[in-house]
Every structure is written in structure tokens, then in C-alpha cells.
Design a protein around this ligand. Sequence first.
Ligand SMILES: [Zn+2]
Length: 378
Amino acid sequence: MLLPFPSTTTEPSGLTTQTILSQLSRDEFIDIACKLILRSRKKSANSHHHKYLVGATTYTQNEEHKTYLSLANKILKNLRRAGYTSHDTVGDGNPTVHGEFRALYRMPGNVLLGCNTPLCGNCMKSAIMRGVEAIFLDADSMPGAKDENDEVNPWTQERADLWNDLCLPLARAAQIPIYVVDPEKKKVSILVTGLPPDQRPKPQHPVEILTPAELQAYQQDPKHFLDKENNVRRVIARARSVETGEYFYLHAQDSYPPGFDEIEGTRMTEKFKDAHYHFTLDPVIHIAMVAAQHGMKLENGKILANFIPSSGRQLDLAYVGIEELYYTENHVPESQDVRHAMQTLSKHNAIHYESLPLYQGFQKILNGHTLPENEHTP
Ligand SMILES: [Zn+2]
């Protein structure tokens, strides 16, 4: 049997941050674990998918409320209206936004994540970037409980390989605990051991919340930060606190996931190169997850990237309400899949893409937010 994390964790500043898990008794922990799975199972029936019926649930609590949010795999609204189904493709996948991503973006603060089936590689990375305290999976859906002939959430060989070679190593390296839950027997067992969020390894390049001085430096010499120097993908976006309405500027760049150094990161990048898959953390998803963690939402029209995200991540961006995406000039999307997604999403008014000279792009995201005059001439 498992034990929740130690009762408190202390930050270097001396402040004490309480995790959800540290506040739960053993019985409460088991109760919440079971509810995460039961709610996810129920919600999975609403999935817009013919085979992968996925329901995901996030949980958070404060002194007054215990809050669950359950969401399923959904086809992006604009595409659904245009008649798209999960048998169609947009870029390198079908047009669904995964339930895990939806539930992680929409629930602010510290969260636990439950799912009725193990996460795909992208959702595992989203959970890691989001800093979830723990992941809970349905015992009925684990490899071995299902095989490739199952009609719902089957384990194909490809899926099993990705789970074993990518998802589990990601969780282990990031020290995110994974529990397997059998709600009928009220039994919870540990699949991957982990640490509380503040004691885990950090990603190679964490998302930065920029100070006014740093923001000014970007504005004065944006090329330095946003040019495609060494093929590093970068993004700057404005996010707004849901509670106070305050603006923040966030910067993210390509980063190996937490726990992967240059050698291991390079090895994994090579290994998954042919799988339509970037091993590094996608900068746009990274800022979306960190914004959610801090109770912020990304602002439409306030995102500037030096790359076009993969087709699946473009769907995610459209889902989080980014209808305008600016990218730096002279950027040619690297793959047919990425271009196909851009054409589809722009045709159905989901995302409007605009290529801009760097300085102008920067002005667009700063628009309405005054910074001191600078000497830069475009
Ligand atoms: Zn997924």
C-alpha cells in the first residue's frame, strides 16, 4: 500500500507549500483515486472517437471546495461543424483534442490527473509540463488487461512500444508518481514512484515569466531571442491571470523533458525522430501548461512563435482559444502534415496564421501594453 507524500514540503525561501496529496488521509486518498477513475470512465462515453474513448479528470481542492473536472476526447468545434469525424485526418492525426490536455488546461493550480486509459506521449508530456502531483490510471485499461482486438482502447504493438519506451521513461525521469486504481475493489497500487512537484528535476529550459526589463530586452533585440538560431523553437505569449486580470509575458524554448540530460535527450530525440514526434517539449504547449498552473489563460492574438507547431499541437492551440498565431517571417513549415493542418484550420476559421517581420510581430503581441521607448528601428 502506498503512502501520500510527506505532510509538508519547504521551499528554499522558507515558505511552506502544501501539496494536495500531503493533506489527504489514506481513506480520502483512496476515495479521490477511485472517483478520478469512475468519473473518467463515465465521461469517456462522450468521446468523439471511434476507438479511443478517453475520459480524463483533474482534481483540485482548497479550504472550501473539492473540484473535479472531467472531459473527453473532442473534435475541434469548427471542424465538427464542417462534418469532420475521427476517421478524418488533419496533418498526422485525427482531429480530436485529447481529454487529458483539455482537463489540464482548464483546471488551475495544483492538480491530480486521472484517466480511464494510459496517456499518449503528448499527454504524458503535458502532464509533466503542468507539474501534476500524480497520475491515476484505470486498472481495467492497463496493458495485459486489453489487447489489440479490443474494440475500445486497444493495445496495439505500436501503442505498447510507445508506452514502454517513451511514456514510462518520461514519468520516471520527471519523478511523477503513477498509481493504478481498481475502483471496484477500492485498491490503489504504485506503478511509478515519484516526488512532490517542488522536489522533482526541472526541465532543461523552464518557462520564464519575464520581468519588465527582460521584456524590454526582447523588444529591443527580438532577433536574438526569436530567430531560428540553432533550430531552437521559441515562443513568447501574453497570459492573463483569471483572478486578478494582470498580464504576464511568458517565454518558452525547446527543452528536453525533466530528468533528461544532453546525452539521454539526444538519444531519445534520435530514437523517436521517425515517429512524427518531437522528443523535446513543445514550447507552445509548455507555456499553455505553465499558464494553467499559475491560474492564467493565454490571450488570443498575443502569441508569437519562430515555428509552426505540429498538427496535433495546432489543434490544441485552437482549443485553448488561440485564433490568431503570428510567426516570424521566412519560416517555411517543415512538413506536409504541418502545412495540411494550417490549411485545414485556417479554412475552417479555427486559426488565422500571419507571417510577420520579427519587429512587427513583437509589436503585435505588445500592442495595448506600453513599454518605454526604444531605439530599435525595424
Ligand atoms: Zn493523449
